[in-house]
Design a protein around this ligand. Structure first.
Ligand code: ADP
Ligand code: ZN
Ligand code: MG
Length: 476
């Protein structure tokens, strides 16, 4: 029997507001523990929370970007549970009336585009953090994060493969980053993902029993964890067992998921409407004002890059994966760079150098107009493509202009025939054996001659002139 997987994701995104959800405390990351707290976010009795308008606007913005219905009326609810990092004994969340209702995003996997439904997006506050390391027999609680705004995006069970799931997270991450509502940092936990997964025989309509996987802090882990979990469930069913509804933790060291708690032990959260906060009412004017601030999103930008610049789909996909990359590309093109060539240099050399140093493109000393300047020198035959790589690395290191670097380092390409001829003659004079083998049919040796001349001219010989000369001298 063949099985297929059914997957639904829940994504938590920390919103990039300056202050917390219901008080004025800063949301800055990495400060001294408990330095960003006040009576509201540490849960003192008698205080009254006030909703952060920006947080609501960020959720509406996201909702509009992913085709959701925006609720005209929504409200907060208390989700009650006990845990040391939750000082109030409840988390303010939204339950039966979330800010955003149904929507969808499109993902493309192996050339096939599919629409993944969204169930809802709601707003809630984050909890604090328990610290167990370096504390001997004690644990500490840091409440700096308590009360920071979190947006939860819930998908329909429309995803069918681990690859689609990873693509879905990637797409949503790109969208929230484009919108500037979340920094999308999965390693630091500002974007977190829980995956619900079940399997069923192909052709069966009803869903199987699902498990929920937590603790995956990268796209790769989302894919790996689901892959493992799907295999595990199929094996259990094939051996005549049944799936227990439970929460499982991804263990990246072992590459497995382990049971954390079963549904039987799961909490009854006793949700009820939050009495201390006014409901949220939205009107068309407010919504349209938020809509007008939405920038061109990755999908639209990708389509435009294909039609306007004639880029291949894959290039357009990569170059629009981040807003900063897309902007860098367009600036270089505006400065006169040929689009496909600009893209190639960015996806090749630039990304390689940035990755090596784990840097973002906006931190690059090399600016878009300077890349366009380099490309002009190649076009005008001032330097060869090979030398250009050296110049590029220097530009990346120092932020200098191509022209200056080429002049200072004496890298101008030699196109003068007599000069190259001299170098060719010298190489040929030293290689009688190779000439003989070449004439006897070993054509690969042409590359050897080219290489030798390039070496003696320090890569500066114009390859076209060089090739013609060599062919003439070897009479082919
Ligand atoms: P719960 O009540 O356990 O929180 P929900 O119905 O709220 O479950 O769904 C939570 C997530 O699980 C959603 O993303 C949904 O798409 C997904 N989901 C629901 N049922 C299944 C299933 N049988 N298999 C896989 N995913 C599922
Ligand atoms: Zn506070
Ligand atoms: Mg649920």
């Amino acid at each position: 029997m063949n099985y297929e997987a059914v997957i639904g994701l829940e994504i938590h995104a920390q919103l990039l507001t300056e202050s917390k959800m219901f008080c004025g405390c800063s949301t800055k990351f990495g400060s001294e523990p408990n330095s960003q707290t006040c009576p509201v976010c540490i849960g003192m009795p008698g205080v009254l929370p006030v909703t952060n308008k920006k947080a609501i606007e960020y959720v509406i913005k996201t909702g509009l970007a992913v085709n959701c219905d925006i609720a005209p009326y929504s409200r907060f609810a208390r989700k009650n549970y006990f845990y040391p990092d939750l000082p109030k004994g409840y988390q303010v969340s939204q339950y039966e009336l979330p800010l955003c209702g149904r929507g969808f995003v499109e993902i493309t996997v192996n050339g096939e585009t599919r629409r993944i439904g969204l169930t809802r997006i709601h707003l809630e506050e984050d909890a604090g953090k328990n610290i167990h390391e370096g504390a001997g027999n004690h644990s500490f609680v840091d409440l700096n994060r308590a009360g920071t705004p979190l947006m939860e995006i819930v998908s329909e069970p429309d995803i069918r493969t681990p690859q689609e799931a990873a693509e879905f997270v990637k797409k949503l991450r790109a969208i929230v980053r484009y919108l500037g509502v979340c920094d999308g940092n999965m390693e630091q936990g500002s974007l977190r993902c829980d995956a619900n997964v079940s399997v069923r025989p192909v052709g069966q309509k009803e869903f199987g029993t699902k498990t929920e996987i937590k603790n995956m802090n990268s796209f790769r882990y989302v894919e790996k964890a689901l892959d493992y979990e799907i295999r595990r469930q199929i094996k259990v069913l094939k051996e005549g067992g049944r799936i227990i509804q439970e929460t499982r933790l991804w263990d990246s060291n072992r590459g497995t998921t382990e049971s954390m708690r079963s549904k039987e032990e799961a909490h009854d959260y006793r949700y009820f409407p939050e009495p201390d906060l006014v409901p949220v009412e939205t009107d068309d004017k407010w919504i349209e004002q938020i809509r007008s601030q939405i920038v061109e999103l990755p999908d639209a930008r990708q389509r435009r890059f294909i039609s306007q610049y004639g880029l291949p789909v894959q290039d357009a996909d990569l170059l629009t994966s981040e807003r900063s990359i897309a902007e860098w590309f367009e600036e270089a093109v505006k400065a006169g760079g040929e689009p496909k060539t600009v893209g190639n240099w960015m996806m090749g050399e630039l990304m390689r150098l940035l990755n090596e140093e784990k840097r973002q493109i906006e931190e690059s000393a090399l600016k878009p107009a300077q890349l366009a300047g380099l490309l002009k020198l190649i076009e005008k035959n001032v330097i060869s493509g090979k030398i250009a790589k050296t110049v590029f690395e220097e530009m990346y290191k120092t932020g200098g202009d191509a022209e200056t670097i080429v002049k200072e380092k004496g890298l101008v390409q030699v196109s003068d025939e007599s000069e190259i001829e001299k170098a060719v003659d010298e190489v040929l004079a030293k290689s009688p054996g190779e000439i003989e083998r070449f004439r006897a049919g070993d054509e690969k040796l042409l590359g050897f001659f080219v290489g030798q001349v390039m070496k003696s001219t320090k890569g500066k010989a114009n390859p076209k002139v060089l090739n013609e000369l060599l062919k003439k001298k070897l009479s082919i």
